[in-house]
Design a protein. Sequence first.
Length: 133
Amino acid sequence: MAEARLKGAVEAGWIPPFVPDSATDIIEQHNIDSNVVYLSFSLPPNDSPGPPCQPIESSSVKWFSSYPIWWPHELRGSNEASTSLNYYYCGGATVGTVFKGRNYIWFSAAQQIAPLAPVSSNVRGLKKDVLTL
């Protein structure tokens, strides 16, 4: 997480500030056209994102229409697998869950408090950036 902070990912709004410093194996992808951000990371046992995250019902989860290639199929919308997971609302438009031992967070950056840096690249015809730490 220290590397993500140094690279400005938290300040730019791509990684929420509540992600613990103990987070490792961080994968972040955002699309500046849709302002959707996808984030995955690992935490040591007995560690969690903590406040401001609160449990929510799966029926309250906002799903998006497109997902990164690396995003698990089970987290791509209202299906049997996705409705059986525990979800958390973490402020702004941020939703998170734990799936197969990894933390997943997705949100609409346009609804977040932090400003976003206008950085983009062209990957398969879509404007998006991927940050892997």
